[in-house]
Design a protein around this ligand. Structure first.
Ligand code: E4P
Length: 217
């Protein structure tokens, strides 16, 4: 399973890269806005740190606008993946970009039928948003399970990026379902390291070491 980081924060990316757990990056206009920086500058800086796929998202509505944006983004670095929204115009753009050898990530996917259409269009990646589904009292992980079953049935090459991840449970459930990738916000990644029994166990072993070290030769 690959771990992508869902962020445009350079320091967070550097930390995950140093730990060897950053296989790629996803960004969106909200994350770029939060970084307070120009999109091209941030993406190019990320590309100096991360060799895996880096998703960049535009705001085009028509197929032509999306293809134009994608062509521009793909000049920024060799590992750019272009995020395309799950619309008819978006999937037309995916077909065109796929023929041009530009990798795509179909974003804002909320149902298995949308994922199936994106895979048939030749998307490199598809991003179902589990957290936003849970927010409206739907079952995000059920959608992942259905997409994985469909992709396996037909051997689609499209990889599933579990997006809008809000908890360690989302990551673990994704792994159990065999999802190719989870794109994880830095805050969730940080929580994944911890368990209170780990901290307690380290403390106890240290105490016992100190207690014992001068009692025997
Ligand atoms: C994925 O590519 C998106 O950037 C992201 O996961 C959206 O997450 P959110 O629902 O927390 O905004």
């Amino acid at each position: 399973m690959k771990f992508f980081l869902d962020t445009a924060e350079i320091e967070d990316i550097k930390k995950a890269v140093a730990l060897g757990i950053c296989d790629g990056i996803t960004t969106n206009p909200t994350l770029i806005m939060k970084s307070g920086r120009n999109q091209k500058d941030v993406i190019q800086e990320i590309a100096k740190i991360v060799s895996g796929p880096i998703s960049a998202e535009g705001i085009g509505d028509t197929t032509e606008e999306m293809v134009k944006e994608a062509e521009e983004f793909s000049t920024w670095a060799k590992n750019i993946v272009v995020k395309v929204p799950m619309t008819k115009e978006g999937l037309n753009a995916v077909r065109i970009l796929s023929k041009k050898g530009i990798k795509t990530n179909v974003t804002l996917v909320f149902s298995p039928s949308q994922a199936l259409l994106a895979a048939k269009a030749g998307a490199t990646y598809v991003s179902p948003f589990v957290g936003r589904l849970d927010d409206i009292k739907e079952d995000g992980m059920l959608v992942i399970s259905e997409i994985m079953q469909i992709f396996r049935n037909y051997g689609f090459a499209t990889e599933v990026i579990v997006a809008s991840v809000r908890s360690t449970k989302h990551v673990v459930e994704s792994a159990k379902l065999g999802a190719h990738i989870a794109t994880i916000p830095p805050k969730v990644l940080e929580i994944m390291w911890h368990h209170s029994l780990t901290d307690k166990g380290i403390q106890t072993f240290k105490e016992h070491y100190e207690k014992h070290k001068n009692t025997v030769k």
